[in-house]
Design a protein. Structure first.
Length: 132
């Protein structure tokens, strides 16, 4: 048994959980940033990777950036991306802001019909609430 594997306070890998593997804290992924641009990505904002974006990213891009681009090869919502990455929403928003700044993603315009529910659906909900 090497000294690295030995249990005890002198172990340099006390933070390593053998079952979970090495852990990367959220603030390490974002560099402690929570910029104002990141707040503009709400849960229903759709983003799509720009053509050739993966090849344009420089060496500073993190694996999470690449995972976002892979998921966003077709339009995907911020909620979908956060779920796919298993990362907190705030972290995903910062990473999306990074990609948008690099020109690697674009926001998809929501159609006016998608942002406003159908009047018939709203009336059915109101009628259902009154009936109960």
């Amino acid at each position: 048994m090497s000294t690295e594997d030995a249990p005890g306070p002198g172990n340099v890998h006390d933070w390593l959980d053998q079952d979970a593997g090495p852990l990367v804290r959220s603030y390490a992924l974002t560099g402690g940033r929570a910029g104002p641009g990141a707040e503009t990505f709400d849960l229903l904002t759709y983003v799509v990777a720009m053509t050739g974006a993966v090849s344009q990213l420089d060496a500073v891009a993190q694996p999470e950036h690449h995972a976002i681009l892979k998921r966003a090869h077709q339009p995907a919502s911020v909620a979908e991306i956060a779920s796919h990455l298993s990362r907190p929403l705030g972290v995903v928003r910062v990473l999306l802001n990074d990609l948008e700044t690099m020109g690697a993603i674009a926001r998809c315009a929501k159609s006016p019909a998608a942002s406003r529910p159908d009047d018939r659906i709203l009336q059915a909900v109101i009628d259902g609430l009154r009936a109960s």
